[in-house]
Design a protein around this ligand. Structure first.
Ligand SMILES: Cc1ncc(C[n+]2csc(CCOP(=O)(O)OP(=O)(O)O)c2C)c(N)n1
Length: 584
């Protein structure tokens, strides 16, 4: 039987070693589904409950595997639903290919059903964005879409009108110019090494510094040994933006952990006090946490030359992948004998850890959100894959989940969207059967895509979902108060019994509301043979305070309380108790 355009598409994906597609069916992609159905032994289709989750799952798959993530959605509404997840991939530099349908080729532009020009809609999100016009068009478009996604670490999009999907390859009208089999299905990665003179300038700058800090982001994830060696040579702390949480383990004496509002105070001090900064694979956006421009001399390593000098006025830019560049740079770096900068960071880190332990072991009711995060951390495998949503949960995950050995962590970095955590876990669990996969989400983010618990059950993905349930959009409540000085408004959430919901989906359902029960219930839930949801009912009045609170933030906070914050007495009590506990 003659192959269809959809057959050619799916076969080309298989030729590229794509073995997983996340998506949701629709009449605009029935042709592609038939091609997938007949090739199930070579390519898996994972059916989610919302196309946004398909794009998030593809992004999570790409983040945790380093491979291309692929998602599929129908014409019109399906493709529109993908967008948030695709922007997440674009913003965090992940290679994702989106495939969508379009209406009949000869009804495009006539207001026919689902006549949405997704290729126009995707102009901003997709670096490569094409309609397939027939059988002879498939191979070269798929090849270029995948090469662009991998090479530029971004989103590509292919759309195919629904009738064209079913056209036969034997009927293909090939233009004379389009030589058959001209396009190659392989990707040649770039491995640039900066010229020796530039490496030497970078080394001179670093060797001249006396307080050197290293900011190591997601671009340094594959360069652990080199980053640790660099820290050892320069005697400086490694500060980790959240996407770089896995760059070095948290038990390393060289790291002060995270940075930013959800980071640690010692990281903030290290960046404020350093005289030399090495930015390795990071576009960490919050400029107020960098040294004052002019206070530190800086070197930056990045695969993308447009990011050199993006956030800080660096003097030397080294364009290339962190592992390769550091491999060339390290032999030029001198060992510093003065370890005082590192030692002071280490002392501060010891104090910081004590404070975190105090907050993570509080026994009073209502339970503090730090408690389940603290207890979960102790139970995670040394190769666990953890994802988190945006919200106050990102703070608890950032501060309490310690990276060990082969653990991986991610969340939506630059887009900072809600609802990515659970679908990221789907991507992780599909890619790595047998590894522990856990997501830490808020009740707000979870409810946005809670149908995905059914996906976990359907595919027997033993993901464990920890919902920190505070019945409020916590992050925004605190932002309204601490950043804006306003009493909270429009942020309360109607409570849901998530454990009962999970059980209704066929997953395990657990509830923790007492600190003393947290460890045992979490251990039981993690041992549950299939997917499980654990709702941890926590105090909505526990603030995710920055590592170091600024005077402006403190003033705004007090203003909000004075201006009529409903829970002001509870909040004040919580903040004061936290402080007292830490000093006694
Ligand atoms: C899709 C989306 N909508 C809105 C926001 C703004 N936002 C950021 S965090 C947050 C609150 C999250 O609430 P929840 O998931 O309950 O977690 P919590 O902050 O309470 O820990 C909101 C509304 C966002 N980042 N993404």
């Amino acid at each position: 039987m003659a192959k269809t355009v959809a057959d050619l598409l799916v076969e080309r994906l298989i030729a590229w070693k794509v073995n997983t597609i996340f998506g949701f069916p629709g009449d605009g992609i029935n042709g592609i589904f038939e091609a997938l159905r007949t090739r199930q032994d070579k390519i898996r289709f994972i059916q989610v409950r919302h196309e946004e989750a398909a794009a998030f799952a593809a992004c999570g798959y790409a983040k945790y595997t380093g491979r291309l993530g692929v998602c599929l959605a129908t014409s019109g509404p399906g493709g529109i639903h993908l967008l948030n997840g695709l922007y997440d991939a674009k913003c965090d530099g992940q290679p994702v290919l989106a495939i969508t349908g379009h209406t009949f080729h000869d009804l495009i532009g006539t207001n026919y059903q689902q006549d949405v020009d997704l290729d126009k809609l995707y102009i901003d999100v997709a670096a490569y964005n094409q309609r397939i016009m027939g059988a002879a068009h498939v191979e070269s478009v798929v090849d270029l879409a995948i090469k662009t996604a991998l090479g530029r670490r971004t989103v590509s999009h292919i759309t195919i009108p629904k009738d064209i999907q079913e056209w036969k390859a034997s009927d293909a009208k090939r233009s004379e110019a389009n030589v058959a089999d001209h396009s190659a299905d392989f990707y040649a990665a770039a491995h640039p090494i900066p010229p020796h003179a530039t490496l030497a300038r970078a080394a001179d700058l670093i060797n001249a510094g006396s307080k050197v800090a290293i900011l190591a982001g997601r671009g340094a994830l594959g360069a652990r040994a080199a980053v640790l060696r660099l820290a050892e040579l320069v005697g400086g702390p490694i500060v980790k933006p959240l996407l770089g949480k896995g760059v070095v383990p948290d038990d390393s004496p060289y790291t002060t952990g995270g940075i930013g509002l959800l980071g640690t105070a010692p990281s903030q001090d290290a960046l404020a006090e350093c005289d030399t900064l090495i930015i390795a694979g990071s576009g960490f956006p919050y400029m107020e946490f960098y040294p004052e421009p002019g206070n530190a001399r800086a070197v930056q390593i990045d695969v993308d030359s447009s990011r050199i000098g993006l956030r800080y006025p660096v003097e030397v830019g080294l364009v290339g992948d962190c592992r390769t560049v550091l491999g060339a740079l390290l032999p030029l770096i001198q060992q510093k004998s003065d370890r005082s900068f590192l030692e002071s960071a280490q002392e501060r880190m010891t104090d910081w850890r004590k404070v975190m332990t105090v907050r993570g072991t509080v026994t009073e009711m209502p339970m503090k959100p730090q408690v389940p995060a603290y207890e979960l951390n102790k139970l995670l495998d040394r190769d666990a894959i953890v994802s988190a949503d945006s919200g106050t949960i990102a703070t608890w995950a950032a501060r309490y989940i310690d990276m060990r050995d082969e653990m991986q962590f991610s969340l939506s970095g630059s887009l900072a969207t809600m609802a990515n955590g659970l679908p990221y876990s789907i991507g992780a669990a599909v890619a790595y059967p047998g590894r522990q996969v856990v997501c830490i989400v808020g009740d707000g983010g979870f409810t946005m895509l809670m149908g995905e618990v059914a996906t976990l059950v359907k595919y027997k993905l033993p993901v464990k979902v920890l919902i920190i349930k505070n019945n409020v959009l916590g992050e925004i409540k605190w932002e309204q108060m601490v950043l804006d000085g306003n009493p909270e408004f429009g942020v309360e959430l109607q409570p849901i019994d998530f454990a009962a919901y999970a059980r209704a989906c066929g997953a395990g359902g657990y509830m923790i509301d007492k600190p003393g029960d947290a460890a045992a219930i979490l251990a039981e839930a993690l041992a549950h043979p299939g997917p499980a949801v654990i709702e941890a009912v926590v105090d909505p009045n526990e603030p995710p305070m920055p590592g170091k609170i600024s005077t402006k933030q403190a003033v705004h906070f007090m203003e909000a309380l004075v201006r009529g914050e409903r829970d002001r007495w509870e909040i004040l009590k919580t903040v004061l108790k936290d402080k007292v506990r830490e000093v006694v």
